[in-house]
Design a protein around this ligand. Structure first.
Ligand code: ADP
Ligand code: MG
Ligand code: ZN
Length: 288
């Protein structure tokens, strides 16, 4: 087979920070930036004995995004703890939503041009859930240390997960442009990629044209612009096809895009995938 005998299959996971004044479970400012560790309190820095209280506006913004993406709103949704140990997460768990997210089953129409031809297509949305952001690590290579800034801990996020409905980079960019414009118009997020208020992970596999079984996918991270997303999709589709053509197989793994090298590198494989030990958040009632 040749390169043109394969079709890429792509699904997106988008994180978008909500434009609320305060954080999702405490009253600290959710504004971007600020002197390091000045926008934190015992709740968002994970002190024992503190309790989260849900920010009503964050819920309203997530629901607003859900309606705009054609989702059904779950009148009953539940928060869960996603457990992992990393210095950017002082509680050692992130409050998120797993089996019962706020919004499900959406659809987004996209219009775009491909080779001078006008195209239309619908992208299915699997879910939108509400969660909290983690802090930021600042790597000081000069002194060989990493510093933690917890200002971003607890900033409200929505995660928007699509079905694997994209086939080209053009479709992905059309969807992202629509999504950015829509979330900005709704006042839900400012969607600034350079400030991290819109972040996109790309899941990509390839399969022979005509096949309807999904191939093994990789997940691409560290994509900081639409241009990087486009380049990373071309690169990854090509890499997977060349591998299959050479008689090899695609390894399920997370890969990091390196903008300067115009290439992606393995970060972690499926085998070292973490078990997040999800369980219902005992400190927050279900959201009705
Ligand atoms: P995880 O929780 O492990 O990241 P999900 O099943 O939630 O896995 O899928 C995450 C994203 O990957 C979704 O956007 C989905 O559409 C996409 N995806 C899943 N399987 C494939 C595949 N074989 N090829 C391309 N994308 C895929
Ligand atoms: Mg994922
Ligand atoms: Zn706080």
């Amino acid at each position: 087979m040749s390169v043109s005998d394969y079709i890429p299959v792509i699904g997106l996971e988008i994180h978008s920070e909500l434009l609320t004044k305060s954080k999702v479970f405490c009253t600290c400012s959710a504004e971007f930036g600020g002197e390091r560790n000045t926008r934190c309190c015992p709740v968002c820095s994970g002190m024992p004995g503190t309790l989260p209280v849900i920010n009503q506006t964050a819920v309203e913004y997530a629901v607003r995004a859900g309606y705009a993406l054609g989702c059904s709103i779950n009148k009953f949704s539940v928060f869960d703890r996603k457990n992992y140990f990393y210095p950017d997460l002082p509680k050692a768990y992130q409050i998120s939503q797993m089996p019962l997210p706020l919004c499900i089953n959406g659809v987004v129409p996209i219009d775009y041009e491909e080779n001078g031809e006008k195209k239309h297509k619908e992208i299915r949305i699997n879910r939108i859930h509400l969660e909290e952001d983690a802090g930021k690590l600042i790597h000081d290579d000069l002194n060989g240390v990493s510093l933690c800034d917890y200002n971003r801990c607890g900033v409200p996020l929505i995660e928007i997960v699509t079905e694997p409905d994209f086939r080209t980079a053009e479709e992905v960019v059309a969807y992202l442009e629509w999504l950015r414009e829509t979330l900005q118009y709704l006042g839900v997020s400012d969607c600034k990629m350079q400030e991290g208020s819109l972040r996109c992970d790309v899941n990509l596999s390839v399969r022979p044209a005509g096949s309807d079984t999904l191939g093994t996918r990789t997940e691409l991270k560290n994509l900081s612009s639409f241009k990087a997303i486009r380049r990373a999709i071309y690169y990854e589709a090509r890499r997977q096809i060349e591998r299959l053509e050479a008689g090899g197989r695609v390894v399920q793994e997370t890969r990091r895009w390196d903008e300067n090298k115009d290439a992606s590198y393995p970060m972690r494989s499926k085998e070292d995938a973490q078990d997040y030990r999800y369980f219902p958040e005992p400190d927050l009632p279900p959201l009705e």
